[in-house]
Write a protein that binds this ligand. Sequence first.
Ligand code: SF4
Ligand code: SF4
Length: 170
Amino acid sequence: MKPLSETKAIFMLDEIRSGFRDEVQRDYEHRAKPCSTCQTPGACCLDAHFVNVRITKLEAVAIRNELEKLSEKLKTKVDSRIAKLQNEPYVERYSCPLFENGIGCLVHDTAKPLPCIAHACYERREDLPPDELLETREAEIDKLNRRVYGKTTFLPIPIAISRSLTVREG
Ligand code: SF4
Ligand code: SF4
């Protein structure tokens, strides 16, 4: 497999994410409840019994790059939420550290994981984006990770971000 630089791969990841978001918005999201009318905004991101999103190292690095652009105050808050989750022996489900009250998902427009893009509150199961749509895009991201790092590991968001930071500092 042809090697790829991390910088170029992050650019390609962004294209994959944009294509997926456009497809979901165009073909599926209009059938879901609009988040603007939600009585419990953020419930889907903060429910520690619900969120189980796993991301790759490349996605974690892309998220970390975006977090670096936040104000010091906000960055410290996010880092502290991530650090708290490090104390869990194995984070199966978690309250996402990237959700900020009053703002929402801090990487909504820039580095949102694919399962989060696919997620919405649909009344009818048949209206949901099909699993294959997500799987196809995730396979593309898997390939990018293999080209950059030689392997792919899917980890919970806080663990993946934390490890990407450790690797960069080390
Ligand atoms: S996905 Fe559902 S729970 Fe989450 S903000 Fe939108 S409407 Fe609310
Ligand atoms: S990454 Fe964003 S959309 Fe996904 S669970 Fe976290 S805050 Fe919610």
